[in-house]
Design a protein around this ligand. Structure first.
Ligand SMILES: Nc1ncnc2c1ncn2[C@@H]1O[C@H](COP(=O)(O)OP(=O)(O)OP(=O)(O)O)[C@@H](O)[C@H]1O
Ligand SMILES: Cc1ncc(CO)c(N)n1
Length: 264
């Protein structure tokens, strides 16, 4: 069985973070392991509180799984602070992990901050250069390229600027743009490729970013090339958003299992 690792925060509400990642990996038939970097007290209404896990325990979790399991891909989500980013970067190099997908999580859909401000330069300098692909949303792309959030910038400009940080591919997600089409843009330093889907008219998009990056990691683990991996992941996230999970009182999560096996 192909194996993938997620290094991310726990969402007690079950819709984003580690929980979304493991559900996504399972949906693709990939064995998912997890290194937990932070624990959030979170639900569909927002993030009520969070604490980062100690560096020592993050480091030990990384050694435990990386010395034993055989990961064909790895994704990072919420990394909470600069010390955690540094240890993750060190271990990725030490264990020579391929297919690193970096989802530079900074703010939850609810607007709550999930990454310390001083960690932004560290993620740019230490982790992004090791990545096969980074998957920022529009605001994260602006922050990483040192732009203001209120600046009007095209996905093309942002993707080109971010590619200079040293990753192989940049996928800027346009989920938060207006319009009928949800468009994401891939850049490899030379060519742009668009991934589009009809926008689903819903506010229930909790965990979409985590789910997309975990799907890309899963499909890389399965051996698809980057373009096929994104194509398959885009179809998966669109279906998951359409299906939705009406479980809470706020912005609900996507449905990771629109197709499940049944005992009947
Ligand atoms: N309403 C929608 N309909 C269809 N696709 C969507 C919709 N909203 C987001 N997407 C898609 O979902 C994926 C995740 O994008 P998004 O911009 O929401 O990520 P994100 O902001 O990192 O997510 P999160 O809010 O979980 O942090 C992208 O492929 C995006 O195009
Ligand atoms: C733990 C966690 N990671 C990532 C996100 C981004 O959606 C979130 N809301 N919670």
């Amino acid at each position: 069985m192909k194996q993938a690792l997620t290094i991310a925060g726990s969402d007690s509400g079950g819709g984003a973070g580690i929980q979304a990642d493991l559900k996504t990996m399972t949906a693709f038939g990939v064995y998912g392991a997890s290194v937990i970097t932070a624990i959030t007290a979170q639900n569909t209404l927002g993030v009520q509180s969070f604490e980062a896990v100690s560096i020592d325990l993050v480091s030990k979790q990384l050694d435990s799984v990386l010395s034993d399991l055989d990961f064909a891909a790895l994704k990072t989500g919420m990394l909470a602070n600069s010390k955690i980013i540094k240890i993750v970067a060190e271990k990725v190099k030490e264990y020579k992990v391929n297919n690193l997908v970096v989802d530079p999580v900074m703010v939850a859909t609810s607007g709550d901050i999930l990454l310390a401000k001083e960690a932004i330069t560290i993620i740019k300098d230490k982790l992004i250069p090791l990545a096969k692909i980074i998957t920022p949303n529009l605001n994260e792309a602006k922050v990483l390229s040192g732009r203001r959030i209120d600046e009007k910038l095209s996905l093309e400009v942002l993707a080109s600027e971010l590619h200079k940080l040293g990753c192989e591919y940049v996928l800027v997600k346009g989920g938060h743009q207006k319009g009928d089409i949800a468009k994401d843009l891939l850049f490899d330093g030379v060519d742009f490729v668009e991934y589009t889907a009809k926008r689903v008219d819903t506010k229930d998009i909790h965990g979409t970013g985590c789910t997309l990056s975990a799907a890309i990691a899963s499909n890389l683990a399965l051996g698809y090339d980057i373009k096929e991996a994104i194509e398959r992941s885009k179809r998966y996230i669109t279906e998951a958003i359409k299906a939705g999970c009406k479980v809470g009182k706020g912005n609900n999560p996507v449905n990771h299992f629109t197709r499940v096996y049944s005992l009947e």
